[in-house]
Design a protein around this ligand. Structure first.
Ligand SMILES: NC(=O)c1ccc[n+]([C@@H]2O[C@H](COP(=O)([O-])OP(=O)(O)OC[C@H]3O[C@@H](n4cnc5c(N)ncnc54)[C@H](O)[C@@H]3O)[C@@H](O)[C@H]2O)c1
Length: 268
C-alpha cells in the first residue's frame, strides 16, 4: 500500500473526485479526514471507508473560511497526531458569458476554488514541517491551462491554482513539502449536472452529452472520478518523491492539442 499510515485531509470529499480519492487513499492505507461543506455527504464517504475496514472521519468545512480551515487541520492532527497530505479539491463551477456574470458569482468562485486552496496550503504546511515534510495536491483543471468559452471565471480560478501550485512548490521544496496539482479534463461528476439539465432542455440525453464531450478528448471518452483519484494518490505518495511543481493533466490527452477531426466532430 502506497499511503500506509499517512494522515490525509481531502476537501470536497462528499462527491465526485474528492469522494473517489478518499476511497483510493483509504485503500492505500491512509487515515482520511473527509471534509466538505456537505456534512452528511462527507460522513457518508467516511462511513463507506469504515465499512470496508479503513480508517476515516468526517469534518464540515467551508474552505473559503479561514477559521474553519484552521479547525479542519487541527481536527486531523488532534485525531491522528500528524498531517502528511492535504488534497485541496473542493470547487464549484458556473457557466455563462462574462457579460452576464455578477461580481458576487465571480467572488464566490474565487473564494472557494482559489482562496480555498490557499488556505488549505497555508495551514497544512506548518503541521507538515513538524514531521519533516509532506505532500500537497490541488485540483486545478484543463480550464486552468486552456481558455474555455463560457467558463471565464472558472478558468481564472484554475489558472490561479496552477500558478499558486508552482510558486508554493518552489517556495517549500527545500523544506520537504512537495506541491503538485492535477488538471482533469471532463470527468463524469455531479458538478456537470447543470450542463446536463441545459442539454436535457434542448432534447439531448445525458449519455448523448457524455458521448459528445468524450469525442473532444483524444482518448475518445470523458473520464471517471476514480481515474483522477489514482493520479492524486500517486502524487501524494512517496513514489512521487522527486516530483514537485507539476500541473498534471488527467484528461485523455485533451490538453495535448486538438483531437483528431473525425473523433472530435463525428464521421459526418
Ligand atoms: N468534473 C469535472 O469535469 C472537473 C474537471 C476539472 C476540474 N474539476 C474540479 O474537480 C474538483 C472536484 O469537483 P467534482 O467534479 O468532483 O464536483 P462535485 O460537485 O461532485 O464535488 C465538489 C465537492 O465540493 C464541495 N464543496 C463545494 N463548495 C465547498 C466549500 N465552500 N467548502 C467545502 N466543500 C465544498 C461540494 O459539496 C462537493 O462535495 C473541483 O475543484 C472541480 O472544479 C472537475
Amino acid at each position: 500500500m502506497t499511503l500506509n499510515d499517512k494522515v490525509a485531509i481531502i476537501t470536497g470529499a462528499a462527491s465526485g473526485i474528492g469522494k473517489a480519492t478518499s476511497l483510493v487513499f483509504a485503500r492505500e492505507g491512509a487515515k482520511v479526514l473527509c471534509a466538505d461543506i456537505n456534512a452528511d455527504g462527507a460522513e457518508a464517504t467516511a462511513r463507506q471507508i469504515a465499512d470496508t475496514g479503513g480508517e476515516a472521519a468526517s469534518f464540515k468545512v467551508d474552505v473559503a473560511e479561514e477559521p474553519q480551515v484552521q479547525a479542519m487541520v487541527a481536527d486531523a492532527v488532534s485525531r491522528w497526531g500528524r498531517l502528511d497530505t492535504i488534497y485541496n479539491n473542493a470547487g464549484i463551477g458556473t457557466f455563462g458569458p462574462v457579460t452576464q456574470m455578477s461580481v458576487e458569482d465571480w467572488d464566490r468562485m474565487h473564494s472557494i476554488n482559489l482562496r480555498g486552496v490557499f488556505l488549505g496550503t497555508k495551514h497544512a504546511i506548518p503541521e507538515m514541517l513538524k514531521t519533516g515534510g509532506g505532500a500537497i495536491v490541488n485540483t486545478a483543471s484543463d480550464a486552468g491551462l486552456m481558455g474555455t468559452p463560457m467558463l471565464s471565471a472558472y478558468c481564472a480560478t484554475k489558472g490561479g491554482v496552477v500558478m499558486f501550485t508552482k510558486a508554493t512548490a518552489v517556495e517549500w521544496a527545500a523544506m520537504g513539502v512537495r506541491i503538485n496539482c492535477v488538471c482533469p479534463g471532463v470527468i463524469r461528476t455531479p458538478i456537470l449536472d447543470p450542463m446536463l439539465e441545459m442539454a436535457k432542455a434542448a432534447g439531448a440525453t445525458p449519455e448523448q452529452v457524455w458521448e459528445r464531450m468524450g469525442k473532444t478528448h483524444p482518448i475518445g471518452r470523458v473520464g471517471e472520478a476514480s481515474e483522477v483519484a489514482e493520479a492524486v494518490a500517486f502524487l501524494a505518495s512517496d513514489r512521487a518523491s522527486f516530483i514537485t511543481g507539476v500541473a498534471l493533466p488527467v484528461d485523455g490527452g485533451l490538453a495535448g492539442g486538438f483531437a483528431p477531426r473525425e473523433s472530435a466532430f463525428g464521421a459526418e
